[in-house]
Design a protein around this ligand. Structure first.
Ligand code: SER
Length: 625
């Protein structure tokens, strides 16, 4: 069963059982600058997991694009990836453990509608209870019944976590069976499903090995996680009971595809084989490379992974840059460029891989096809850009190695690594990789220190500049700040509700506002936006704020950055809030302030520029006259 069939079956299975199929959200969180990417299927749904109503209802199913860079060092082994798809079904305060577990079992084992897995090769873990949260007896009972009904052994493992004869359910602690994204937010115990990938290695019930070791040796692979979200962990670290609990499930598509096809690596699936083949094709004569076959395979896998991730990032509006998401993209592409040289791939051929990636996903993620040209152009541009310094950087590195060797130093100092970064654009992992190839290590701590100092210096410079321009008062900044809220509201009103803030930057001279929107704005749209803002200025609307729990702000429909400090008290600024009537304010936005007291302080608003900054992201510069 290939990956498309698995994805299709998953969505259809849950749709048939009353779930609305929702599209994947962008990889870049829309209103949350505290994380760079969606790292799990639940992230874009957090407001709904905390009680806000989802427009599609209480039962949802989706395939969500995710990026995790935390494991980037491990990419190239059999299962780590920077981009993956997570299949998930969701109960927003509706069904709970029984339905979730029963459907999981049915989907995993049904030949007609599901994956058709052998239930005798399935093992599940449940939360054994810790830190005042009790053992998940409900899930144990439900699993026991489900297995018994299907004539599958259903014993419960003891504290040693060993699968002995008849054992199928293993209680594990918080590290394994409690799920939270980061440190705060909706969370709860979970039950995870594993599959025995190598029954030919002998009866698992006789191996006498703890469950954790079976995972480490890939004898069993996790394929699905059902989280039973009962709590919201607040900023003080307290678990507050959610009003109504949710179900958040996640099945990694790449791993599942590997497991059910009897493959030991995700790179051996239909999601990667065509990319790896194309890489080999672009290498030409493989015998030219001096690497060992293992090193070659690893490099090919990294190039395939990084290119795939880059394609999805660019399609979601990220472009290579030196900050935030853009810098992650730059690092992925630059590492791929260098490895393509190591592999002796044809120069400037990486963008051809984009065609292959797009071909694999074009039916599921049509944005890839729509932005094919941009994707290819941006990949090639970044390759060209890096090539301008790459050769010189490698030369400089070789000189460093020679000097160090002469002095019997086996370490590239942080200072040397920083020089490669600042003069040749080498992200740290490239220097680390080069060092490893010469049997050296890099003093990463020292590099981080230099980097931080460099950033502090540039920040100080910026602050100084900022203060100078402010003439001590910040009046203009404050005005532009309030104007930005009005502009945000105006854009939503004129262009539609898809508009969301992607960035904002204010000086005493102007405001700059980035927002999601596909097309160039027409002159009449720009005029309508200006008119909207100027009208609100003329209406002399009061700007007020109130403090309230974040959930309340969400229910009220305030827009803005709902970061991971849920349960916090937030400040909501409202423009044109009418105490006497129920009139909806022009703008309600989570914000720290400060703002002017009344819109009549603002002057006349004028757009000076409207342009694209990335695919699907427009930028407006505007002034107050
Ligand atoms: N949130 C859980 C995970 O990411 C289940 O979706 O594993």
């Amino acid at each position: 069963m290939n990956s498309s069939e698995i994805r299709k079956r998953y969505l259809a299975f849950f749709e048939k059982r009353g779930h609305a199929v929702i599209p994947s959200a962008s990889l870049v969180p829309e209103n949350d600058p505290s994380v760079l990417f969606n790292t799990a299927g639940m992230q874009p749904l957090v407001p709904y997991l905390l009680g806000q109503k989802h427009p599609a209802g209480a039962h949802l199913v989706d395939a969500q694009k995710c990026i995790r860079t935390i494991d980037i060092e491990d990419v190239g082994d059999n299962r780590h990836l920077t981009f993956f798809e997570m299949l998930g079904n969701w109960s927003l305060g509706s069904y709970f453990k029984k339905e979730a577990i029963e459907w999981s079992y049915e989907f995993l084992t049904s030949k007609e509608e599901g994956l058709g897995l052998d239930p005798n090769r399935l093992y599940v873990t449940v939360f054994k209870g810790e830190e005042g949260i009790p053992r998940d007896e409900d899930s144990i009972k439900i699993w026991t019944d489900v297995f018994a009904r299907n004539n599958v052994t259903n014993g419960l493992a003891g504290d040693d976590g060993i699968i002995t004869k008849g054992v199928r359910i293993v209680p594990l602690g918080k590290d394994d069976n409690f799920w939270i994204a980061g440190t705060t937010g909706p969370c709860g115990g979970d039950t995870e499903m594993f599959y025995d990938t190598r029954p030919e290695d002998g009866n698992i019930e006789e191996t006498n090995v703890p469950f954790e070791d079976l995972i480490k040796s890939f004898r069993i692979m996790e394929i699905w996680n059902n989280v039973f979200m009962e709590f919201n962990k607040n900023a003080e670290g307290k678990y507050e009971k959610l009003l109504s609990p949710n179900v958040d499930t996640g099945m990694g598509l790449e791993r599942t595809t590997a497991v059910i096809n009897g493959k030991t690596t995700v790179f051996d699936t239909d999601l990667f084989i065509p990319i790896l083949l194309k890489i080999s094709e672009l290498i030409g004569d493989e015998s030219e490379s001096s690497q060992t076959p293992q090193a070659k395979d690893r490099a090919k896998r990294i190039v395939a992974d990084h290119l795939r991730t880059s394609v999805f990032l660019i399609a979601d509006g990220v472009l290579p840059s030196n900050t935030d998401q853009g810098y992650i993209l730059r690092r992925l592409l630059r590492r791929a460029v260098r490895l393509s040289d190591v592999l002796k791939m044809k120069k400037s051929s990486l963008f051809w891989l984009a065609d292959v990636v797009i071909d694999i996903y074009k039916d599921v993620y049509p944005e890839l096809l729509r932005q094919k040209e941009t994707i290819k152009v941006e990949i090639d541009k970044e390759e060209q850009k890096f090539r301008r310094t790459l050769v010189h950087g490698v030369k400089e590195f070789e000189q460093m190695v020679a000097v160090n060797k002469k002095n019997s130093i086996k370490i590239i100092s942080g200072h040397q690594a920083f020089k490669l970064f600042s003069s040749y654009g080498f992200p740290i992992e490239i220097t680390e990789e080069l060092a490893k190839e010469s049997d050296l290590t890099v003093n990463k701590a020292e590099f981080d220190h230099e980097m931080k100092e460099h950033q502090d210096l540039s920040r100080k410079g910026a602050e100084k500049k900022f203060k100078g321009g402010l003439s001590g008062t910040g009046v203009m900044e404050t005005k532009y700040h309030t104007t930005t809220h009005l502009l945000n509201a105006a854009l939503k009103s004129v262009l539609g509700n898809h508009v969301s803030q992607k960035g904002s930057n204010i000086t005493s001279e102007r405001l700059r506002f980035d927002f999601s929107h596909g097309d160039k704005m027409t002159d009449s749209q720009k005029k309508a936006v200006e008119d909207f803002v100027n009208e609100k200025i003329k209406e002399s609307l009061d700007v007020t704020f109130s403090e309230m729990p974040k959930t309340e702000a969400q229910e009220m429909g305030a827009i803005g950055v709902f970061d991971d400090k849920y349960g916090d008290i937030v400040k909501v600024y409202q423009i044109g809030k009418d105490q006497t009537s129920n009139k909806i304010p022009v703008s309600m936005e989570l914000c720290g302030g400060p703002h002017v007291n009344n819109t009549n302080e603002l002057g006349h608003f004028k757009i000076t520029k409207e342009e694209a900054v990335a695919q699907g992201v427009r930028r407006i510069k505007a002034i107050l006259e």
